[in-house]
Design a protein around this ligand. Sequence first.
Ligand SMILES: Nc1ncnc2c1ncn2[C@@H]1O[C@H](COP(=O)(O)OP(=O)(O)OP(=O)(O)O)[C@@H](O)[C@H]1O
Length: 456
Amino acid sequence: MTKAPGNILLVDDDEFVLLSIKLLLEPHFASVKTINNPERIQALLDREQFDVIVLDMNFRHGDTTGNQGRFWLKKIKSISPDTQVILVTAYGDIQVAVESMKEGALDFIVKPWQNEKLLATVKTANLLSLEKRKVKQLKSQQKSIVSSLHRYELLIGISEGISSIRKTIEKVAPTEAEVLILGQNGTGKEVIAREIHRLSKRAEDIFMTVDVGALSENLFESELFGHRKGAFTDAKEDRIGRFEAAAGGTLFLDEIANLSLPLQAKLLTVLQHKKVVRLGTNEPIDLDVRIVCATNGNLRAMVQEGKFREDLFYRINTVEITVAPLHDRPEDIPLLADHFLSRFSHKYQKSYLKLSDTVMTHLQKYRWPGNIRELQHAIERAVIMCEGQEIQMQDLGALQKQLSSEFSFDSFNLEKLEAWAIRKAIAKHQGNISHAADELGLSRGALYRRMQLYGI
Ligand SMILES: Nc1ncnc2c1ncn2[C@@H]1O[C@H](COP(=O)(O)OP(=O)(O)OP(=O)(O)O)[C@@H](O)[C@H]1O
């Protein structure tokens, strides 16, 4: 028989009782120790962790008050609160034993005991202790993961839009209000959600993201609410859902507009009752999680069209934050570009890199359909490709063409016009300098000199 992990201690002044319980338990548990004097409990608990202590209630001969058992129970619980205590009591002490359960005993066994009952009780207590230990371990692992993840991406930007978002975040973060963040893809909705979490009372706990739009109808419930083993064909084991896993922290529900109407109804029920029921069970579990939602869709229009439930819309948007596309806030571009430049220079060990003025000017003029995510990728690529100390247009790869073609003039500065014409001609002739020079009415040498002058 394989023995269960577990450290069991038997405390009784009757050597016969100790021996018979030890013989009963030993084949089932990794370690079973005995002591006949409760005074040794403290020293033992100082040295090692016990999962279960089976404790006699009366040690002095003729004493049936159970007071000694209660005294030692309190002592054990104060030194080692996670140790499960089972009391062994004479028939007459049952009332005292029941009282002791309020003081932290898990269960009691009446003498003379039935072996199966005693074994089953110790097994249950042992399992409980092991589970609690596992939970503690996971919690401390979670804490260290969370603290390593706490290296947040800062919310960078000086535009009016970002400054006002920052003010809203400061007001709303310490509350438990539901926040809805609206904006195109890549505008920084998740960065904003993380900032709300970072400044909230839940900052020490987990921030969890779920892309609800990517969950199929089938997966939605089991992923968010969890399931019991056997709840459906593929449910091979019990599993907690994201709502439970994010307990104490913030759950960021991204792409909320992609939820079908039936799933919206399910989500609404959970948010209204603040309880989840795992699939395959009937037990509601209390929720302790702050919800922040985001979407790139137009939820108001969807409500009008009957595609998004109005009641859910009002449930999730106590406070609404709209983040503008990047091209509507060009003043943020230099800061963001420098931020990504320093991050990727560090990552690729090129800490001396700078962006040329031409590149910076172009970055500010481009429309950035992929928003900050696209800018980030552009800078990462440029850092990798750059051979000198300054990032030039050619380091931007395919984006270079688009940047150049979108370059619009707000002045008739001749140098800018000339640089623009040169870029256009080179692009048109796919990099063939002779043909571009012909088109521009220049010799190859003259074209090269001008390219050098304009950093092309
Ligand atoms: N204000 C900002 N400061 C610094 N980095 C930012 C900022 N906004 C966005 N980013 C960066 O841009 C990338 C995209 O941001 P994020 O994922 O938050 O956008 P999103 O709007 O949630 O995108 P999606 O809608 O596609 O999920 C991330 O790498 C993020 O770190």
